[in-house]
Design a protein around this ligand. Structure first.
Ligand code: AQP
Length: 357
């Protein structure tokens, strides 16, 4: 059933509110609006976040400020921001029960990030492998925002005093840095303002790989449209992309060991297992000895079965941008309420005079 996105987000704190069951902590998670949402974002992140809603107070952010650390066409950034919002809602993140918002709508992220630019050491940032990966060979030409990206990510988390952060493998180092920043801030300013956020393993730790190359992550920015299944793809698109997915000549093995050295087969079978909520071993028991053509038909059915209703709901939402914008406005109000109070505490700890606002 489509969530009721018209209900109002209240500016209450569900962790302390008497009318809400006690939550285990506060989660902050986000996706960059850098292109089309894909199956990797769904299976590796959004689906797992949906499962956490009952136990945690969740803030689901669309991190547009992170996105522009690499050039984004303005009109495309705006489109992708609404698409991520639609994807969140359509995949079951309930904006009535959680806070769903755009990062740039909450100025406290940037304000706290500036303080963190002055807390984090250059040596810490120099160790970040993602900067090296994303900057590529010509580091001098990378934006300075890309370099301090982890300080902004620390601010995203700590401005809500988030206790838990769902992270994929590639973000673990940044979360460690956020903990180091929290610790150094607390030490430098003799405060206990910031909790040290804990990583949460996202579901089964699913990493979806490219359909063209089983050793590369499925990614929004991969130039090949055939490398990924988008959450807005039609049934025909999905069928065609799976049909064209790279494979090898051997039939499917009956055991996990039999997938060694077969990254494409391994990826497709992992996707099938995730889509059908089974283990890899269970899936291999079903598909042992199959040719890829037979398996691809079954995989397509599973992908269409899971993504079809989500895609339809995303399309309905994207046809009404005003509805999305009003959800995001309510989310920003709620997020600003928490973030501005934490920012005030941080300003006071640093010795900034009250602004009288
Ligand atoms: N292929 C993937 N498999 C599993 N999880 C994935 N995630 C992304 N790709 C996969 C998870 O989605 C969340 C949001 O990621 P992001 O958009 O903020 O950044 P990203 O990881 O850099 O995603 P992309 O698609 O690769 O974007 P670009 O191409 O812009 O860099 C994270 O939780 C991530 O783990």
């Amino acid at each position: 059933m489509a969530p009721n996105i018209r209900s109002t987000q209240q500016g209450i704190d569900p962790m302390t509110s008497g009318s809400t069951p006690q939550k285990q902590g506060r989660i902050l998670s986000g996706i960059q609006p850098t292109g089309n949402l894909h199956l990797g974002n769904y299976l590796g992140a959004i689906r797992n976040w949906a499962a956490m809603q009952a136990d945690f107070q969740c803030l689901f952010c669309i991190v547009d400020m992170h996105a522009i650390t690499i050039w984004q066409e303005p009109a495309e950034l705006a489109r992708a921001t609404r698409e991520v919002a639609a994807g969140y809602i359509a995949a079951g993140l309930d904006p009535a029960a959680n806070t769903l918002f755009v990062q740039s709508h909450v100025p406290a992220h940037a304000q706290l990030a500036w303080i963190f630019n002055c807390v984090a050491r250059i040596g810490w940032l120099n160790r970040m492998t993602q900067f090296k990966d994303k900057a590529g060979k010509n580091r001098e030409a990378a934006s300075s925002g890309l370099y301090v990206y982890p300080n902004l990510m620390a601010a995203d988390i700590l401005v809500y005093k988030a206790t838990h952060v769902p992270v994929g493998e590639d973000q673990k180092q940044h979360l460690e840095l956020a903990r180091d920043i929290a610790q150094k801030f607390n030490n430098d300013y003799s405060t206990e303002l910031f909790p040290l956020p804990e990583p949460v393993i996202q579901g089964p730790g699913m990493r979806v790989m490219s359909l063209r190359d089983g050793t590369k992550k499925m990614s929004k920015s991969d130039p090949s449209a055939y490398s990924r299944i988008n959450m807005t793809d039609s049934e025909d698109d999905i069928a065609q992309k799976i049909r064209k997915a790279t494979t090898d000549p051997a039939p499917l093995p009956g055991s996990v060991e039999g997938l060694e050295g077969r990254p494409e087969a391994s990826n497709l079978l992992n996707i099938y297992a995730a889509l059908t909520d089974r283990t890899l071993a269970e899936v291999l028991a079903e598909t042992e000895g199959w040719q890829f053509s037979q398996f691809k038909t079954r995989l397509t059915e599973a992908a269409v079965g899971v993504l079809g209703p989500i895609t339809a709901e995303m399309q309905r939402l994207m046809a009404d941008p005003a509805e999305i914008d009003s959800v995001l406005k309510r989310g920003a109000e709620s997020a600003n309420e928490i973030a501005s109070a934490v920012l005030d505490e941080a300003y006071s700890a640093v010795g900034f005079l009250p602004s009288g606002r």
